[in-house]
Design a protein. Sequence first.
Length: 162
Amino acid sequence: MRPIDPHGDELPIVLERYGPTARLDIANGPQGVVQSFQFHQREYTALIDTGARMSSIDVGIAERLNLPIIGPPIDGIAASGPFRSDPVLALIHLPDFETTVYGRFLTLPLVDQGQPVQVLIGRDILRRGKLSYDGIAGIWAIEFDLPTFTIGATQSSTNPTS
C-alpha cells in the first residue's frame, strides 16, 4: 500500500479536518459514440467517503466536461439531505494509486454546497480495494487489485480507451 500524506504541519489534525483526500483527473466526455474520453491533465480533489454507496462528481464539473447522462434521474438521501441526480458516464484517473475507473457516477452540487472537494469516492469504488486509516500518524492508504476497472451500469457502448 502506498500511504497518502496530507499536506500540513499537524498531520493527524489535517486528516481529521478534511478526511482522506486524493488527487485525480477526470476525462472530458466524448462528443459522440465513436469518440473516446480525453484526459486534460487537470487536478481535482476527491474525498474518500465510506458513507457514500455511489461515487459522485460535482454537477458543474460534469457539465463543463460534457460527461454524458446515461439514465433517468436517481433520487437519494445524502449527508446534506435529499437529492436528485443525473447519473453520468465518466472516466477518472487516480495517479497516486495508478488506477483508472470507468462507469456511472452521480452528479451532486458539491462545490455549490461549499465542499472542498469535487469528487466523492464511494463504496462502489472502495469495495475493489483495501483501505487503511492511521489516525495517530495522520496517514491513510488504499490498494486496488486492478489498475483499471468499471463501476455501475454504463448503459453505453462508448469505449473509454478507444
